[in-house]
Design a protein around this ligand. Structure first.
Ligand SMILES: Cc1cc2nc3c(=O)[nH]c(=O)nc-3n(C[C@H](O)[C@H](O)[C@H](O)COP(=O)(O)O)c2cc1C
Length: 317
């Protein structure tokens, strides 16, 4: 145990092990101007009557406004609001300059975005050492389906759901897979994410074997027909007899002796398809945090590495 008279740093570090959300609390000062601070000391107190609390440093510039206004609004921040949190943690800045707000039920500034909002009438103020503890009665509240911004160990953090208890992966009797079977999830995610691209290829008159032929040649060319077939054998989409000739006739490939190379048209078709896929990816990525995406990619790369011993060299990375 560390005695409490040890350096205050150790006390702060110990407190920092308690993970919290992050809020911005707002009110109006005596001139009617908006005032706000970032605060992680928010907590629930009572359901009936509905009470919450937070604590404010006595030396904060907004101390007098919060203790005198009689009302405040607590915005529980979403994971996407880290920059806003930093702005309201700066002392006395013009914090509201770039953030649109409106007056809430009791007059406190209310932002458009939040994970949850509690509009409060100030009910009690208690002495709390170098802080004042403000207890508010909630007169209105709202909550959205947004990942919360978290704070832990002196830095921002993100929520990561714990994996649920593993269920039986395959329901053999009824012939269906459950959501917990990893291979099923990978296959289904691939099938669904690639569907718009497959439809676009079909509209352009290309099948999967032709598209993959263009992709293989973009990595290494020219290649003989048998080299292309060998590269694609493990995908189940190797070009059949006549496919490569038909691609030459369609202007997608250029013959080079007994080998094939990409024509300008073939290259353009491939780039168009890749650009379309990238746009689809960007839309999907918007639903995830950067950390979730990075972790998903890392896991997929590891799976590819672990299962790729016998795939052709060009597919290894
Ligand atoms: C994640 C985080 C949590 C914070 N929690 C509190 C808090 O609960 N109470 C508080 O008084 N200050 C807290 N602060 C610090 C204030 O936001 C900061 O002192 C701010 O500059 C006060 O603004 P003002 O002096 O303009 O009133 C926190 C800062 C951060 C980054």
């Amino acid at each position: 145990m560390t005695p409490i008279n040890e350096p205050i740093r150790a006390f702060r570090d110990a407190l920092g092990t308690f993970a919290t959300g992050v809020t911005i609390v707002t009110t109006l000062d005596s001139a009617g101007d908006p005032v706000g601070v970032t605060a992680s000391s928010f907590n629930s107190v009572s359901l009936d009557p509905p009470l919450i609390l937070w604590s404010l440093a006595k030396d904060s510039l907004s101390h007098d406004a919060f203790c005198g206004s009689g009302h405040f609004a607590i915005h529980v921040l979403a994971a996407s609001q880290e920059a806003l949190s930093n702005r309201f943690a700066r002392r006395g800045d013009d914090k509201f300059a770039e953030t649109p707000w409106r007056k809430g039920t009791l007059g406190s500034p209310v932002f458009a975005d939040f994970a949850a909002l509690f509009e409060c009438r100030t009910r009690h103020q208690y002495e709390g050492g170098d802080h004042v503890i403000l207890v508010g009665e909630v007169v209105a509240h709202d909550a959205r389906d947004a990942a919360p911004l978290l704070f832990h160990g002196g830095r921002y953090a993100e929520r990561r759901p714990r994996p649920g208890a593993a269920e039986a992966s395959v329901d053999i009797e009824h012939g269906r897979f459950t959501d917990d079977f990893l291979f099923y999830l990978i296959s289904r995610a691939h099938f669904q994410t690639s569907r718009p691209t497959r439809e676009r290829l079909a509209t352009a008159g290309l099948n999967m074997a032709q598209y993959l032929t263009l992709a293989v040649l973009s990595m290494d060319q020219p290649l003989t027909g048998s080299a292309i077939i060998q590269q694609l054998a493990h995908t189940g989409h190797a070009p059949e007899a006549g496919t490569l000739g038909a691609m030459v006739t369609a202007g997608l490939l250029t013959p080079a002796g007994d080998s094939f190379a990409l024509s300008e048209t073939g290259r353009e078709r491939l780039i168009d398809t890749l650009a379309f896929g990238k746009a689809q990816e960007a839309d999907l990525a918007n639903h995830f945090t950067p950390a979730e995406l990075a972790e998903t990619k890392a896991v997929l790369r590891r799976i590819i590495e672990l299962t790729g011993a016998d795939v052709p060299i060009g597919w290894r990375n």
